[in-house]
Design a protein around this ligand. Structure first.
Ligand code: NI
Length: 169
């Protein structure tokens, strides 16, 4: 297993719509193991393949570190079956370091995915898990949390980002 490099905004791969996983082969198993290790090392509660530079529809989530009684989830080709309700939650992202923002999300979701054994399953999430599922699936569609905030807040983020970039040089 290996800890992979996490791509940061504005890496182009983060803006791409990822392609479906077609084969659950040895290469994919290694990628899954590496993504899990990378997520724990960060540490984070979720990681999507585009965040490690692989434009595939694959994500891992583990919110048990936040006290939830939910096992580690490996989501291959996840799709929403249901999205309902609405609430706001303060989110961060490993690809957008040192930044959090309140994002409006569905309060309850059901997602259908394939696990690493190739078996289809459904996961129902409310609250933090609903947020994690929506946040990671957004990554597979090339959407970052800064794409989910108001244009004014986004401009503010970009301004601050440019300032930090400049200061770092
Ligand atoms: Ni993220």
């Amino acid at each position: 297993m290996a800890v992979l490099d996490i791509k940061k905004y504005p890496a182009p791969v983060l803006k791409q719509k990822a392609l479906p996983v077609e084969a659950i082969d040895a290469g994919l198993q290694t990628l899954i193991d590496d993504m899990i290790e990378t997520m724990y090392a960060a540490p984070g509660v979720g990681l999507a393949a585009p965040q490690v530079g692989v434009s595939k529809r694959l994500a891992v989530i583990d919110i048990s570190t936040k006290g939830a009684d939910i096992p580690l989830l490996v989501l291959i080709n996840p799709v929403f079956v249901l999205r309902e309700g609405e609430f706001e939650f303060e989110e961060g992202c490993l690809s957008v370091p040192d930044y959090t923002a309140k994002v409006r999300r569905a309060e309850r979701v059901i997602v259908r995915a394939v696990n690493r054994e190739g078996k289809g399953y459904e996961v129902e999430g409310e609250g933090v898990l609903a947020v994690a599922l929506q946040h990671e699936i957004d990554h597979l569609d090339g959407i970052l949390l800064i794409d989910r905030i108001s244009p004014i807040k986004r401009e503010f983020f970009k301004k601050r980002f440019r300032k930090v970039q400049k200061a770092g040089k």
